[in-house]
Design a protein around this ligand. Structure first.
Ligand SMILES: Nc1ncnc2c1ncn2[C@@H]1O[C@H](COP(=O)(O)OP(=O)(O)OP(=O)(O)O)[C@@H](O)[C@H]1O
Ligand SMILES: [Mg+2]
Ligand SMILES: [Zn+2]
Length: 290
């Protein structure tokens, strides 16, 4: 793990700068002359004039090499939208996403061509979706799901894909006897673990995890959290982890950002936020843990 003191010296491996994303009723980017102003007063995240939902407003954050950064916030605060903007599933209205791994952080990835985005997505980011149906092909076997991801990043060697697939499934504790089964036959915890295996298949330097443990039994949650902690120990991988559950963030993330109605209302060392939350919403979150 990175030493907080060295953070100032290191370059962020992932940086979001003033990212904004809003939707009209058709799900398209939208704003009016009133809500185009970042300071405009909204009703939670909705523009009182045009009704656009502002899922993200001027969000800036950094992930440093080897760090696990948490994003915590209530339902609807914009957490999944943030993840989807970073991995290009969702176009942002404005702002920048950069990584020190592309042009030394000088290129706004959001302005890259669709082909470049696909390549970046397949080589730099491993994404684990909140909803496993978005991250997995439920009718293909677990092994084929992993192979598909490897093919997307240029691998053509079947034996290599099989071996890597088996190694990854073992790594996430899926018995090899189930490698040929379709994820729709798996439990929720197993589906999330197959998603993690798939996300790791190209050795991405950055892992994006959206509510990986939500909806799972406590004991199953514990096995997935354990797995993430093992990955942190064993691989040099930086992670952005989203959860509405501060307990999950407390366990995994050294630094965190608190999101409310699409805005970052507080960020810092997770322990410090837990001990001395500054924003009234963070205070509520922390008190709900007691
Ligand atoms: N495609 C879309 N079209 C319209 N509105 C959307 C779309 N995607 C998200 N939103 C809205 O953006 C806001 C943020 O949604 P998002 O899914 O990012 O929240 P979240 O923090 O991930 O919530 P949860 O904890 O429930 O997963 C919500 O008000 C949501 O209704
Ligand atoms: Mg979400
Ligand atoms: Zn508006």
């Amino acid at each position: 793990m990175i030493d907080p003191k060295s953070i100032a010296a290191a370059k962020p491996i992932l940086s979001l700068s003033q990212l904004s994303c809003s939707f009209n009723s058709a799900g398209r980017a939208s704003s009016c002359s009133y809500c185009a102003d970042p300071q405009a007063e909204l009703e939670r995240n909705v523009c009182p004039r045009c009704g656009s939902v502002h899922a993200l407003r001027d969000v800036s954050l950094e992930v440093y090499p080897g760090e696990i950064v948490g994003i915590v916030g209530e339902s609807g605060s914009g957490k999944s939208t943030l993840m989807r903007c970073v991995c290009f599933d969702q176009p942002a209205n404005s702002g920048a996403v950069t990584t020190s791994l592309v042009d030394d952080g000088q290129t706004n990835l959001l302005h890259c061509s669709p082909r470049q985005k696909r390549q970046i997505r397949n080589t730099l980011f491993g994404m684990v979706y909140q909803n496993p149906y978005l991250g997995l092909r439920m009718d293909l076997s677990a092994l084929s799901n992993i192979a598909e991801q490897m093919i997307a990043s240029g691998c053509r060697n079947v034996e290599q894909m099989r071996q890597r697939g088996h190694a990854l499934l073992e790594r996430v504790n899926i018995p090899l006897s189930r490698a040929g089964d379709a994820p729709r036959l798996f439990s929720g915890g197993m589906q999330q673990r197959v998603q993690i295996a798939k996300a790791l298949s190209n050795n991405p330097p950055i892992l994006l995890l959206d509510e990986v443990t939500t909806g799972l039994d406590l004991s199953v949650q514990a096995t997935v959290l354990d797995l993430i902690m093992q990955l942190r120990r064993d691989l040099e991988i930086s992670m952005l982890i989203v959860s509405h559950d501060l307990r999950v963030i407390r366990m995994l993330a050294q630094r965190s950002y608190v999101l409310l109605n699409g805005r970052v209302v507080e960020h810092g060392l997770t322990d410090q936020i837990l001990e001395d939350p500054q924003h009234c919403y963070s205070q509520q979150l922390v008190h709900s843990l007691l």
